[in-house]
Write a protein that binds this ligand. Sequence first.
Ligand code: HEC
Ligand code: HEC
Length: 338
Amino acid sequence: MKMKRDHGNALLSLIVGMTIMGTSVGASENLSKWLRPEAVPAPKDNQITPERVELGTFLYFDTRLSRDGTVSCATCHNEANGWSDGVPKAIGIEGREGPRNSPTVLNSAYQIRQFWDGRAKTLEEQALGPIEADVEMDIDLDELLKRLNNIEGYKVLFENAYPGEGITRDTLAKAIATFERTVVSTEAPFDRYIKGDQNAIDDNAKQGFALFTGKAHCTDCHDGFNFTDGSFHNLGLGDADEGRYGLKKRAAWFHAFKTPTLRDVTKSGPYFHDGSIKTLAEATAVCGNGGRFPNSEKVSPLIVDRGLNQEELELLVDFLKTLEGEPLNIKEPTQFPQ
Ligand code: HEC
Ligand code: HEC
């Protein structure tokens, strides 16, 4: 099985490598790294089943998971806003503004760590945080569990999904995480191009891709199928947020934030952990031309002024647009368990 797959990828990179050599992505470039992993990763004790997806979907969209019944996960992570919310900083219960921008949850299933500073390892670990956060859903977990235990429909759904385990912190987190594992990017023009369809993206985007992997060094950080190295970098944004340094006082984490995915990035603005950047052109210029304040303290050594001119920045944006896939096949429930 494994051998067969590797063989297929090798052949593919050879073919694609040969055909796009003209745009300076050489045959040596390993194109198979851009291909979708075979399966969405899920922990052994929380494999994806239809019952868990069904339950998780209800929970994700259900505003009864917040203290006053006004906010759900989807308030800040909805498909219309690229699984984010379209505002610079998250707005939770009673209009309270949080300290950071809501990242997309698209492809969070593939991430090694969750949150801008990586403070949660798994989606299960992440899921309960926003429920209790006072600027998000602001409800005591024990109170929420009581609330859910009083809803007959949820009792049945939890029993179907996690037989004999009941409605607990654990099963609540697992069900929400399972839903998130269905929020996975669909095939984009870029994917068809990588698989060999030369007409899937236009010449500008091809040149943009060559810049992305070449002169602009974007792949130093935005690499592989999900366009992230899973690591944390200081882009010299110059704001007060310490990022990962707030968790671990290592010099490399000084004002460092997680490299976000670029899949469907056309939809998920405004950008960056502080929501300070409105357009992809601006984001590209900050990342590619030395950060916002190149002389600020401990900017990542990978953030270098690549001397990208206006035309090159536009070509990079043309490429980023080819990462936009079709809408996901996820329906927001209109009726919830009673
Ligand atoms: C009020 C808006 C808000 C609500 C409601 C909310 N989130 Fe978030 N979410 C955020 C913000 C802001 C962050 C980033 C926080 C940080 O990094 O410190 C985040 C981060 C995440 C991440 C990490 C993504 C990444 O790339 O690191 C996931 C996954 C996530 N939220 C899922 C959920 C789930 C599931 C719920 C419901 C239980 C939820 N969120 C409710 C605003 C919200
Ligand atoms: C040193 C690693 C690194 C390099 C190189 C890099 N980026 Fe980034 N990129 C990041 C990080 C980290 C963030 C988030 C920074 C933050 O919020 O503080 C980011 C954010 C972005 C965003 C905004 C995404 C969002 O959801 O907020 C875009 C778009 C982007 N980068 C594109 C590019 C392009 C195009 C290049 C090449 C010109 C590039 N990046 C080079 C690390 C990098």
